[in-house]
Design a protein around this ligand. Structure first.
Ligand SMILES: *Cc1c(COP(=O)(O)O)cnc(C)c1O
Length: 373
């Protein structure tokens, strides 16, 4: 039996009837772009997060772009962020002509290191963009202090952190704005691309709404500012509103699997677990371990019928398209993560026997593998 890295078909099977209903509803009223389904989802997600405004948009990358644009960040401005992340974080910054300035992450958790961020701030810095990587919340109190000291905006990349908590506070409510992705494989996933920006700020929310829809505010062919087309489909909104009702249940299931892994893996030779930050309740988007011979280890798991992933194998500053501009700098902790990290299967509908198979595969590889060096 092969344990899949993720299996979205199982989740769909559980809620198929409700999803069908949501889709039929949209086909009946034909509001395909934004419309009433988006209004309903935005209200529901705002209630869930305990935040004033949710502005739904086309995807998680556009959500970052929207947040940067609405906060007035533009060409030549520097934004301090992590290199140990999905490429979209830096891509969004570059796509508006701003400059990503990378800072290293913490060796325990892989989260952006406030001490390194402080060092990266220059007179051109306009914002800090921490990533809530793997589902943990980056140290927002420390970033807030740095932001206040230097007069910077603070934007959370919460694409992996739906429902994650830091001392009881929801990820996505701790900066000036936060971006979410609803890519199908995220903890809350659409049936295509979708994203959102959230904020407590009324004026910022109005800007976000205008920019995502061609700079319109209230009349159809009057455009008050340069906008874009970054709208969310009604279909995606209807599906997301349906799935949101299950998010806490799915997150709880993910956390239970993470706990089993933690207990089974503690003390295994050669394995390094991701440390949980004090006071943080992860959304457990990914369960990431580290091993010096990662590719060998991954092969052992594959032989034992366990799929795995690598998040992420190439640091953003070493990506081919950024090598020339950013590749000369070194971020040792980030680079080490990229060489050694491995993500194990974790998703709400994973069965107990599959969790046991993963645990057995990991333990056996390490115990027997250590003889075959
Ligand atoms: C998924 C992801 C994004 C991008 O979201 P899309 O919806 O795929 O555009 C951005 N940042 C991080 C950390 C992500 O995991």
């Amino acid at each position: 039996m092969t344990v899949p890295f993720v299996d979205l078909k199982r989740q769909h099977a559980l809620i198929e009837r409700e999803i069908d209903e949501a889709i039929r509803r949209v086909l009946a009223h034909q509001e395909f772009i934004q419309g009433r389904e988006l209004v309903a989802f935005e209200a529901a997600f705002a209630r869930y997060l305990g935040v004033k405004h949710v502005v739904g948009c086309s995807n998680g990358t556009d959500a970052i772009i929207l947040a940067l644009l609405a906060l007035g960040i533009g060409p030549g401005d520097e934004v301090v962020t992590a290199s140990h992340t999905f490429v979209a974080t830096a891509e969004a910054i570059l796509s508006i002509g701003a400059v990503p300035v990378f800072a290293d992450v913490k060796a325990g958790s892989g989260l952006l290191d406030p001490a390194e961020v402080e060092k990266a701030v220059t007179s051109r810095t306009k914002a800090i963009l921490p990533v809530h990587l793997y589902g943990q919340v980056a140290g927002m109190d420390e970033f807030r202090k740095i932001a206040q000291r230097h007069g910077l905006k603070l934007i959370e990349d919460a694409a992996q952190a739906h429902g994650a908590l830091d001392q009881g506070r929801m990820a996505g409510t701790l900066g000036d704005a936060a971006s979410f992705s609803f890519f199908p494989g995220k903890n809350l996933g659409a049936i295509g691309d979708a994203g959102a920006v959230v904020t407590q700020d009324d004026a910022l929310a109005a800007s976000l709404r205008a920019i995502r829809d061609h700079g319109r505010t209230h009349s159809k062919y009057e455009h008050f500012r340069l906008g874009r087309n970054m709208r969310m489909d009604g279909l995606q909104a209807a599906v997301l509103e349906t799935k949101l009702r299950y998010l806490d249940r799915w997150n709880t299931q993910r956390r239970a699997i993470a706990k089993k892994y933690d207990e089974a893996f503690r003390g295994l030779p050669g394995l390094r677990l991701t440390e949980i930050e004090p006071g943080c309740t992860s959304s457990c988007h990914l369960y990431v371990i580290r091993h010096e011979r990662r590719d060998w280890f991954r092969e052992q798991l594959k032989k034992a019928g366990v799929e795995s992933g690598v998040h992420y194998p190439i640091p953003v500053h070493r990506q081919p398209f950024l090598k020339e501009s950013h590749g000369a700098r070194s971020f040792p902790v980030t680079e080490k993560f990229a060489e050694t990290c491995l993500s194990l299967p974790i998703f709400g509908e994973m069965r107990d026997d599959e969790v046991s198979q993963v645990i057995a595969a990991v333990s056996n590889s390490l115990v027997h593998g250590s003889h075959s060096r």
